[in-house]
Each structure stands twice: as C-alpha cells, then as structure tokens.
Design a protein around this ligand. Structure first.
Ligand code: NI
Length: 225
C-alpha cells in the first residue's frame, strides 16, 4: 500500500527546516551506502555528523508521530532517525531495495526496515524530474508531492528517484519497524481502522462500532510483534 499523508509539516515548518538545512554541510550521499547502492546513488545528504542533525531529524519524526494517518498506516515500533537528501544537476538514485536491517545511530538499536517514508521539502514546481517511482504488484507508481506532504510504502518495494534535470529536490526520508511486519496485514488493519472512524462519526459508539473496535484491537494483538 502506498499512502499519501498530507500536511505532515505546515508551509512555515517547511520554510524553517529549509533555511536550517541550507546553513549546514551536505556530503556525497554515496558515502553512506553499501558499494552496490553507491554506484546507483547520485545525490547529497545532510551530514549526520552536523550538530544540527539531531534536532532537524527529531522535528520530522515528531511531526509524523503526531499524524494520525501515519500512526494508523505504519503502526510504528521503532523509527530510524529521519535523514535529508538533495538531488540536483541530473542527480538520481537507480532502482534498488533498501537494506533490511539498519542501526539507529543514536540508540545503537538494530531496526528492521518495514516501511519507507519520504517527506517532500521542495514544492513540485521548484524542480524538473525527481519523481519517486515505487514498483509493486500493481505496476509502477510515480510520486511527486507538495512540500510538507509524505508518502509511505512497504520497504520491500523496488524504487528509484528519477534524474533531477533542473532546480533542486530536497526531501527527508526514513525507515520504520512496524508492530506488524506484513504489509498486507498492515493494510487490512489500516482499512478497518479508517472504516471504524467513519462509522463512529455516523453512528456514535453503537454496539456494532464497539464490536468492530474490539475486533481491530484483537487483530492487532494477534499480529503485533
Ligand atoms: Ni531507497
């Protein structure tokens, strides 16, 4: 399931992040990857060694954790610190799958990457190209969102970033270990949760709404790990 999560950040929050990001060092993105990924990856990354990194990263993580759609769709158990990348001058990232296990640089914890998230920090009219292409069983999906909006998709998906032929594409990206490892189970829980919310708005806390709510929690209890 690819899910568009609107307005994770307000335009003012995006502007504040962008000016802070512009004031610090960026390094070759290939340096942070394995050899195979480095050959495909042509971008810059905000230096995680920068003293500003922890605060900027936490502001993205906090905004996602406060967004009810993100919480319902991802069921986050461990979020890796959000990072930042910048593509310009033909920069691109060829088709790849992200590493399954990654270490949280702050806690030292090894995290299984179940869900990938990209938060767009540039407006679509600031650059040409730069679409995030995600492949799933239904084909290829092209994603280019407003600044402040996010896309979440299963980390099992092949994906790439198309060349940015003019302007610059700045985004934040991160991985999350979910309470529910299986993408299909997460999708079922998300759809059930959304329908319960709509039914509750229509019917209030009827017996049936309470019954479905209890089914939701019992499925989550069954499937979480
Ligand atoms: Ni990737």
């Amino acid at each position: 399931m690819l899910l568009h999560i609107p307005q994770v950040l307000s335009k003012q929050e995006v502007a504040a992040l962008r000016s802070e990001l512009a004031a610090h060092d960026w390094v070759d993105g290939g340096r942070s990857s394995g050899a195979q990924a480095a050959a495909l990856k042509h971008n810059l990354q905000f230096s995680a060694e920068s003293p500003a990194f922890a605060g900027l990263s936490q502001s993205i993580a906090g905004a996602l954790q406060r967004h009810p759609l993100f919480v319902s769709a991802v069921l986050p158990r461990h979020m890796l610190p959000p990072m930042f990348n910048r593509y310009s001058g033909g920069g691109r990232y060829g088709n790849h799958v992200d590493n399954a296990l990654q270490r949280d640089r702050f806690s030292g914890l090894q995290v299984r990457t179940d869900v990938s998230t990209t938060v767009f920090l540039s407006e679509p009219d600031e650059y040409e190209g730069g679409e995030l292409i995600v492949e799933d069983t239904y084909g290829e999906h092209e994603v280019k969102l407003a600044a402040g909006d996010a896309i979440v998709y299963p980390a099992t998906s092949l994906h790439r970033v198309e060349p940015v032929t003019s302007g610059a594409r700045i985004a934040s990206f991160l991985w999350t270990q979910s309470w529910v490892r299986d993408a299909w189970q997460r999708k079922l829980l998300f759809e059930l949760d959304m329908n319960i919310l709509k039914l509750r708005a229509q019917l209030g806390d009827s017996q049936e709404v309470l019954g479905l709510t209890s089914t939701y929690h019992n499925l989550l209890r069954q499937w979480s790990e």
